[in-house]
Design a binder for this molecule. Sequence first.
Ligand code: 2RA
Length: 329
Amino acid sequence: MKVAVVGATGLVGTKMLQVLAERNFPVTELMPVASERSVGKEVTFKGAKYKVIGMADAIAAKPDVAIFSAGGSTSLEWAPKFAEAGITVIDNSSAWRMDPTKKLVVPEINADALTAEDKIIANPNCSTIQMVVALNPLHKKYTIKRIVVSTYQSVTGTGVKAVNQLMNERQGVEGDMAYKYAIDLNVIPQIDVFLDNGYTKEEMKMVKETCKIMRDDSIKVTATTVRIPVVGGHSESVNVEFENDFDLEEVKQILSASAGVIVQDDLANQIYPMPLWAHEKDEVFVGRLRRDETQPNTLNMWIVSDNLRKGAATNAIQIAEYLSSKGLL
Ligand code: 2RA
């Protein structure tokens, strides 16, 4: 398989290369691709060095699949050009996610919708992916009515500049600011820009993408997304109301048997999901499972995952693996 990684020098692009190698994706030829200013830089894949090439050269080299993590505007401009050349694009930006002609895929949930005609496939937002991986098996059993989610998101979701801001602040060093405010010893209740309804773009991604991935527009979602001074992954406090009542032990069994989910819920030993443990893991970790005692059929849960892995690189590569296994590339 000839594989292009577009945006290969960024945080997610670097993680893509790492995950492709770890999962032994059958790469016969690797093409790291980036914007003109990064062309000629070197990246490492499986111990070998590769020179970064430009977009037009990558199209001319005809990879089977191009995994994009280069931002929305690059994707809007270039993904159609790759697709027209017959290259399947898996895109990690928000550019195509809500386009009704494009599939928004979390393989555990809706990979079955993919066909060979899907030439631009959208990878969902990180905070959405981890939530739906944990909620979809429960939706199938009990039918979700409403979700109230608050997130605690890692600075890695912003990119390398934000990681540097946090580390600089921690060491008392002056440097570029990724955020308007200090992030160390702080919490910022804003992720991405504000929209007319007073929610942020990140919050509305969680609202809209959840319904699209779970193929159910009746699910109500309300979100508050927050940046915290953490690097290992995103955490989410989720309150979910079901149509039907549930048994807590059965909820744990369903989650334990679900692909990509690990239950960490051992109160006696103070075991619950934390970014410290989720970091560099591909699964979604779920714990603090308990009834909301204020209303019927309602569950509280805590969901943690490494946002650069299942929230980005791993999910994109799982899509490529699915396409390859079904002969759709
Ligand atoms: C964030 N969701 O964490 C974004 C990254 N896609 O900021």
